[in-house]
Structures are given as C-alpha cells and as structure tokens.
Design a protein around this ligand. Structure first.
Ligand code: G3H
Length: 558
C-alpha cells in the first residue's frame, strides 16, 4: 500500500505531464479485458515453506505481493494485490539451515553419497513434476514481474532445457572421470564431489531461470540447499514447492521466504554456508559475504551489476546495429543484467542511427504482459519509475535531450522508454546502471573514447561492437579481452547459448557459469592416488573389480 501511495503522490506532483495520457492512459486495462486463463480471481495467500521435506505452515506476518499491473476502472487505477508470502524470521531460516546441514551430514549424508545415476533420477523426477506446472508459473511470471507471455514461456522452457542439458553434462563429466590416469609413477582417479551446504538466491528479472541455473547444478552435484526466492517473483515458486518436496529426500532442498537481512543474514552469520550463489547487486553480495565468520571457507558464485556498452562504428551495418541495440537495451524493458546500458555511436552515423532507433522504439507495443505482440510492460520494482525519471532529469540538466516521442512519460509503474542524446560523463546515466528503459547515447569521434570508458568502468561483463572493418574491429576486440567476459560482434550482449561461459570482471561477477561450468563451481576435485607398484595396482584392481568403493570405480553411465 505504501508503494501505491508513493506512486499517487508522485503522479500528483507531476500533473502537468498529462500529455502521457494520449499514449499511456490505455496502457493499463480494465479487469474484464484480462483473458480468462490469465485472471487471478482470488489473491494467493501462501503460508507454506519447505523445511526438512515437510511443508510447514506459517502463522505469522505475511508480505503482500503487489503486481506491477494496475487495473483501470474509469479514471481510477488500482494496483493489483495478487497474494502474500510468509515473512519468516531468523528462527525458521536457521531451521532450514539445520535441515540442510543434517542432510549433508558432513558429507556422509545419503544425498552427497548417492551415485550419479541415483541423483539424476531424483532431478528427472523433479523435472517431470515441474513441467506440469508450466501454465501456472508462466501466469505468475506475468503478474509478478510484468514479463510478457512469450518471454515468460521462454523463461520456463529455457529452464527445463537447462535441466535436461545439465543432466547430459553431468553424465559426460562422470564418463570422463571414470578412468584411472598414470603420471610420473603415480596412478590416480580424479572425481568431482560436492562442497557442502549451498545458499541459492536468484534475481527478480529471471526469478525462475537464473535461480535454477545455480540451484539445479548445486543439487545434482550432491550439495544440500537452502533456497530463498528473489525479492519479486516469489509466488511463482509456490506451484513447484510440492514437486521439490516430493522429488528430493528430506532436507536436501529447503525453501524459505522473508526479508533478506533477517533470514539470509542469520544463515551467513552461522558460518555453516559453504557455497553462496547469488545474483543481485555487488553491494548486496558484499554485505552478505562479510557476515560469514570464516570467509575463506565460503565459495561464492555471483552474478552482479553491469553497464554493457555497445560501440557503433562508422562502417557498421546500421540496420543490424539498430535492431540488436533495440533488443539489447529494451527487451524486458532493459531489465537484464546483460542489457546494453549505454550506446557509443560514431558521430558520422549518429544521426541516421538515432532516426532508425527511434522509429523502432515507436514500433514497440506498450501494454499488459498477456497482450499479443506487447513488448513494453510495467516495472515491478517499487520506486523504479521515480529512479528512472531522476536519471532522465539529471541528464537533461547536464545537456541531454529526450529524443524520442513520449520518451520518459510514465504512469504508475509504467515508464515509456527514454532515448537520451547526447550523453556525456557529467551525467549519472553515464556510469549508473539503470536496469530499465532508459537508453543513453554517447556520440564519439575517436575509438579511444569508448576504450577508455570500458577500461575505467567499475563493471566488466560484456561489450558489443558493431562494425565491418575487420582491422578496426580486431583492435577493439583486443582492447577489451582483458576487460570483460564476452565481446559480441554485431550482436547484442546476452547470456546464451547456455553452454557458453557466463561471467564478468570487477564488480560484475565472481566465478563462471555455463551448463558445464556450473557443475564445476558447485563441486571440488578429489583424487585417490597411489604409487604405481604391483602391490598397489593389485589393491586398486580388487577395489574396482569387486565394486568395493563408490568413488574409486570405472563404471559410468550413458
Ligand atoms: O539478467 C541477466 C541474465 O542472465 C541475462 O540473460 O542475456 O539470456 O537475457 P539473457
């Protein structure tokens, strides 16, 4: 409710912005225009959370889940409350941790000692159950974070594919370790084994996919997990909670809800978390890591902030550059960590680029997530519209103009994309991550200006270069290889394909994720080694032939 009041206050202060009504007045729709299959007729009151294989019922305070979607009734707009989730305390979150610690049992629990085949069977069972919940999860993705139907379906399907590919990669990893190696008079077998108890936390923009890209690898490698859903995009985990309970042994996966500082803070302070998988801000990650009393025992896998630039060279194919920059900067309203967040466009082509870019922005359809063809939707973060508006106003004060029609107009949670030009280093938008539909365009003359931007940035995730002159492109590529994790040529920045390494430098990430890399980061190599004497060979041979060890074995699965 607080949020709604803030929005109304904001709107009242800006009544002179009525020109927005022409474009935006109809962006929010009446209740009866919502297709039946997407309606949430009754708020979902979630009281269940999962600890030690048991769905417990919370009788304490609940956190209301506000949709970014407002319902229009004549001239009134009401923010839709779609449900509520448990506001657990440190007590429940520590109970979840205890269950995970017990299930891991110092590495002697059932889960960390199961065979590869057995753990795969559990994950496959979960996947089958998860698939049955597609429609419900997709619907909640739309309502909770305003993701379009198409993108929500894509997120769900991509996550299922990710699980399938993870199983495939795990089998391959197992096959590759099923042999003994001989080296300098030693014989050894090296295998990957779990690390311990993992805490997995995902982001609100990919609350299902990005969370599962750490959660599933953590589980399949034999770790036990405490999982706390993202800040927004919480209810959509509810349809999967029974699948988690029924698919895995007790304590292997525990799901908690509530405020981060109360729940997750207590987990970190306990010193019992061994792996911390977090997608969010570098500040959030830092604050939490610092709470761990033995930071050397904490392995962190972090996906953090980014300010990926695109560099459009004079010889670039402008149509390709424009279409990739549109997708790169505005898909899911720019709320992707990989989004293009600043565009450096060479002065010689900036005019034509701006014209074509603005023409394409105009084609993006604003509306509600379930409307066919829609791409611009309301934003889930409270205060986001105000934050973006401030960035735009600051840039205007420092000499930029909003160069697209309706740019920066807003209504409640909806913010129409603002294309800012010309942007320079004096503006906040030059360095601050907007994570929303504001597109700053910097004209440049000398490639060195773009190079220096990347070198001096606090972030180091990706960069996109648009050009056709191989010599010039190669020079830029070489300038960036030690700065960012991925250099895209004539393509937007992105994470996929999921088999590619996904990482970043500086404040952008810690560790590398991909289907295969995730299996590595949630495990450690352990080996059994012996001198290659006849006697030792005989012992090893007996162990293998008689299947006396689960670790030392040449069995593998197809
Ligand atoms: O928010 C960050 C995501 O990992 C981006 O993934 O590039 O596939 O949209 P994407």
């Amino acid at each position: 409710m607080e949020h709604r009041q803030a929005s109304l206050l904001w709107e009242n202060q800006n009544l002179n912005r009525t020109r927005m009504s022409q474009l935006l007045a109809n962006v929010f729709r009446s209740d009866d225009s919502i297709p039946e299959q997407f309606k949430i007729s009754q708020a979902i009151e979630q009281r269940e959370y999962l600890i030690d294989g048991e769905l417990r019922t919370w009788t304490g305070n609940l956190n209301p889940v506000l949709s970014p979607v407002f319902i229009k009734d004549g001239n009134d707009f009401t923010q839709k409350v779609i449900g509520s989730t448990p506001l657990l305390t440190a007590k429940e979150s520590l109970a979840a941790l205890d269950a995970a610690v017990k299930a891991y049992d110092l590495g002697h629990g059932t889960w960390p000692t199961l065979s590869v085949t057995e753990r795969i069977d559990y994950v496959e069972k979960f996947l089958t159950a998860m698939r049955t919940q597609r429609a419900e999860v997709v619907k909640l993705l739309m309502w909770e974070i305003g993701k379009t139907q198409q993108d929500s379906e894509r997120e769900f399907d991509r996550t299922c594919d990710y699980i399938v590919d993870t199983i495939k990669a795990y089998k391959e990893l197992d096959r590759n370790s099923a042999k003994l190696i001989e080296e300098q008079g030693f014989m050894a077998q090296i295998r990957r084994v779990p690390i311990g108890v993992a805490l997995c936390m995902g982001p609100y923009n990919y609350p299902l996919n990005e969370t599962f890209t750490t959660l599933i690898p953590a589980l399949i490698m034999g770790n036990t997990v405490v999982f706390k859903p993202a800040k927004y995009g919480v209810l959509l985990i509810r349809p999967l909670i029974e699948a988690f309970r029924d698919s895995f042994p007790a304590g292997v996966i525990n799901i908690i809800y509530g405020r981060g500082r109360e729940t997750v803070g207590a987990l970190m302070e306990s010193g019992k978390i061994d792996v911390f998988a977090f997608i969010g801000t570098n500040k959030g990650a830092n604050d939490l890591k610092k709470l761990h009393p033995k930071s050397h025992r904490l392995k962190a896998i972090l996906g953090l902030d980014a300010k990926n630039p695109a560099i459009v060279l004079p010889d670039a194919d402008i149509d390709i550059a424009v279409s990739e920059c549109i997708m790169g900067s505005l898909s899911f309203n720019g709320q992707r960590c990989t989004a293009l967040k600043i565009l450096f466009v060479h002065k010689s082509v900036v005019e034509v680029f701006l014209k074509k870019f603005n023409d394409e922005v105009k084609k993006l359809k604003p509306g509600m997530p379930w409307e066919p063809g829609v791409s611009l939707t309301p934003l889930p973060e409270p205060g986001k519209v105000e934050f973006l508006h401030d960035l735009v106003e600051d840039a205007k004060l420092c000499g930029a103009t909003v160069v697209n029609e309706h740019g920066g107009e807003f209504l409640h949670t909806f913010f129409y994309p603002a294309v800012l030009y010309p942007v320079n280093h004096t503006m906040k938008i030059y360095t601050e991550e907007q994570f929303g539909p504001v597109v700053p365009i910097v004209p440049f003359e000398n490639d060195e200006e773009a190079i220096q931007y990347v070198l001096n940035s606090n972030y180091g995730q990706q960069v996109s270069i648009f050009g056709t002159d191989s010599k010039r492109v190669a020079k830029l590529m070489d300038a960036f290889v030690n700065q960012v994790g991925r250099i895209n040529l004539n393509a937007q920045s992105q994470r996929g394909p999921d088999t590619f390494p996904f990482n970043g430098r500086k404040d952008s990430a810690e560790g590398t994720l991909s289907i295969a890399d995730a299996l590595r980061v949630f495990s450690i190599r352990t080996l059994v080694a012996t001198k290659s004497t006849e006697r030792n060979k005989q012992i090893i041979s007996n162990i293998i032939r008689n299947r006396e060890s689960a670790f030392l074995s040449t069995d593998y699965i197809f």
